[in-house]
Write a protein that binds this ligand. Structure first.
Ligand code: ADP
Ligand code: MG
Length: 617
């Protein structure tokens, strides 16, 4: 048989490589602007037409190239940035693969004009689809101008694949934001179809952000600053109230390079958890400076995905630094993250302002008196147009002393709440409260001013969450011995996690037997857990903790309590008997926080008589 293997001609190889480097006009913008930065430019202009499809030009005042270098720069693997493989581990430049110019020249009409400081005369090179059309000496200013026209002129399929000018323009703008944010000390300007979009003078990071995103941004920024041996973190987060419904301004830069990192993003989400509304996204502009030897930017052709040596540490640091900033700048007055060691209750409730309750309570419905357990009725919120003024104090007359006298009791009681084992406790709950279950989802009960509609699942999550947290903090969990110990098997990774959270698990009532490489023996479980659920709960715990095992014991307990509450709570679709409904209502309003579930979802809404009245108009 004849030999059939052939080497691809250069221009074909370049076209193939171009597919990796150049996906769309914004990729060209990125490569050209990064080259300009690498060339030490202090002033960079970007000019585009028709979403970059017709023209992209980047003009810089950097170091320029000699005639020979100018020509060589279009060869594949031609780079001035690395000479030997080791250089890869000590990179401070954006590019290093020597692919960009060769790739761009393979799929567009390119004109380069360049001159170095030392040369009197510059070079102009024209290339079309990898073929050099002309090279001449010309008069030129110091620096380089790269003009890229008719992108994908020779690959119609790719050209047709491009989106509308508007969409491509948006991608380019994103790229421009990223690069100009990463280099505030460089001046940038941006022209689109002849009009001036951005003029950014050299500045500090904060002013650069404000220049790009508008003057109003200034007051939204909260500084973030932390320096350790592993990483220097600096930059800004947006105050929680400016969290957006859509993913807004989220920027990570590692050693002045924009990066995408879902993992580190998760750390930020964690730091913001509880301080922004669910469904909204925090904004951040964060620079991470690490030793170039500890970061691998080589894993992706377009180099936005990176690999850090010690991602776990970075994650933890980032999360705690952002939390710290949120706390320090008083943007989360109600939560104090620095307290964890000394916490004896899950909430730093003492910092909360005490206000006069605004709700007028039905005298026939008094959740505070129904059993000795309820001590802190807390139905609050609701804008009542016409509160009944006269005699309102009387409504609270008995309440204050009741709260006082029951507080200590509340702290140490160990009430058991579960929809399925309420029967054991029937005698302790009075049934004077009227409740109604709606569509196996909501519990409705009355208050003086109207009614409360409670989401049963979220309410139960709240009740269980506080219960577990309390068990953990006061270490008073009750466990039930299993007749036959269960053996569960886990992957080595999961076993690692398990060994880290084992102590916390013991505090909620798990009893472990032997722990070896591929499994664990479970001898006892918390009272609320039935044997058949153990496997499911452990799996849920593993998957929640897989993202991150929180370092400090408080967050660990918090996460554990959340997972258990989520797994064990009554779900939507479960019908509850009247006794369980009343119990749930009472237990909810005995909680320290009643309005939000542990996952920050609204637990109940109040509908006033006024609201109902208005519906009849
Ligand atoms: P890389 O940036 O990966 O080295 P490129 O193909 O982007 O590869 O560029 C090849 C080489 O051309 C660079 O290493 C650099 O020496 C030179 N070069 C490219 N653009 C410029 C510029 N704007 N100013 C000066 N030199 C440049
Ligand atoms: Mg480059």
């Amino acid at each position: 048989m004849a030999d059939i293997i052939r080497l691809l001609p250069d221009h074909v190889a370049n076209q193939i490589a171009a597919g990796e480097v150049v996906q769309r006009p914004s990729s060209v913008v990125k490569e050209l602007m990064e080259n300009a930065i690498d060339a030490g430019a202090t002033d960079i202009q970007l000019i585009i037409k028709d979403g970059g499809k017709t023209l992209i030009q980047v003009v810089d005042n950097g170091k320029g190239m000699s005639g020979t270098d100018a020509r060589l720069s279009f060869e594949r693997h031609a780079t001035s940035k690395i000479q030997k493989a080791e250089d890869l581990f000590n990179l401070n430049t954006k590019g290093f693969r020597g692919e960009a110019l060769a790739s761009i020249a393979a799929i567009a009409h390119v004109e380069m004009l360049t001159k170095t400081e030392d040369d009197d005369i510059g070079t102009k090179i024209k290339i079309e689809g990898s073929k050099i059309v002309s090279q001449e000496v010309v008069v030129a200013p110091k620096g380089t101008s790269m003009l890229v026209k008719n992108l994908f002129f020779n690959i119609p399929a790719r050209r047709n694949f491009l989106k509308s000018d508007q969409v491509e323009y948006r991608h380019i703008t994103d790229e421009f934001h990223r690069i100009s944010l990463a280099h505030p000390q460089v001046a940038f300007s941006f022209y689109n179809n002849g009009s001036d979009v951005f003029q950014l003078p050299a500045n500090d990071f904060r002013k650069r952000i404000v220049h790009i995103f508008g003057r109003k941004t200034d007051e939204k920024l909260v500084p973030v600053e932390e320096e350790t041996q592993v990483v220097k973190i600096s930059g800004y987060i947006l105050k929680p109230e400016f969290a957006k419904k859509s993913r807004g301004e989220q920027f990570f830069f590692a050693n002045n390079r924009f990066i995408k990192s879902p993992y580190l993003h998760h750390a930020i989400l964690g730091a913001f958890e509880g301080v922004i509304r669910p469904g909204t996204h925090p904004g951040y502009f964060l620079n991470l400076e690490v030793d170039p030897g500890t970061i691998d930017i080589n894993i992706h052709p377009t180099k936005t995905e990176v690999k850090f040596d010690d991602e776990h540490t970075l994650y933890a640091m980032l999360k705690s630094t952002v939390k710290h900033s949120l706390g320090q700048f008083n943007v989360v007055p109600a939560l104090d993250f620095d307290q964890d060691q000394n916490l004896d209750t899950p909430y730093s409730y003492k910092n909360k302002q005490v206000g006069i309750p605004q709700v007028v309570v039905d005298s026939s419905f008094n959740p505070f008196e129904t059993t000795e357990k309820q001590s802190k009725g807390n139905i609050s919120g609701g804008n009542y147009k016409k509160p009944k003024v006269e005699g309102w104090e009387n409504l609270y007359a008995g309440l204050e002393t009741k709260v006082e006298s029951n507080v200590s009791h509340l702290e140490f009681e160990s009430e058991v709440v579960n929809s399925s084992i309420f029967d054991d406790e029937k005698e302790t709950v009075e049934q004077s409260t009227t409740t109604f279950q709606l569509r196996k989802k909501f519990i409705i009960t009355t208050i003086k001013s109207g009614m409360v509609v409670i989401n049963q699942s979220r309410a139960h999550q709240r009740v269980l969450y506080e219960k577990f947290l309390k068990n953990i903090t006061i270490k008073e969990a009750v466990s039930q011995q299993l007749l036959f110990p269960l053996t569960l098997s886990f992957s080595p990774g999961e076993m690692n996690i398990l060994s880290e959270i084992k102590d916390s698990l013991c505090t909620v009532g798990f009893v472990f037997g032997e722990l070896n490489d591929d499994g664990v023996e479970i001898k006892g479980v918390p009272v609320l857990v039935v044997e058949s659920e153990v496997q499911m709960i452990m799996e849920q715990l593993m998957s929640d903790f897989k993202q991150e095992v929180p370092g400090d014991s408080f967050s660990q307990s918090d996460m554990l309590a959340k997972t258990l509450a989520k797994t064990l709570s009554v779900k939507t679709g479960e019908s509850l008997d009247e006794f369980s409904q009343v119990k749930l209502v009472n237990d909810l309003f005995a909680c320290k926080e009643t309005t939000l579930s542990p996952f920050n979802k609204k637990v109940y809404v109040t509908i006033t008589e006024n609201d109902i009245e208005r519906k009849f108009i």
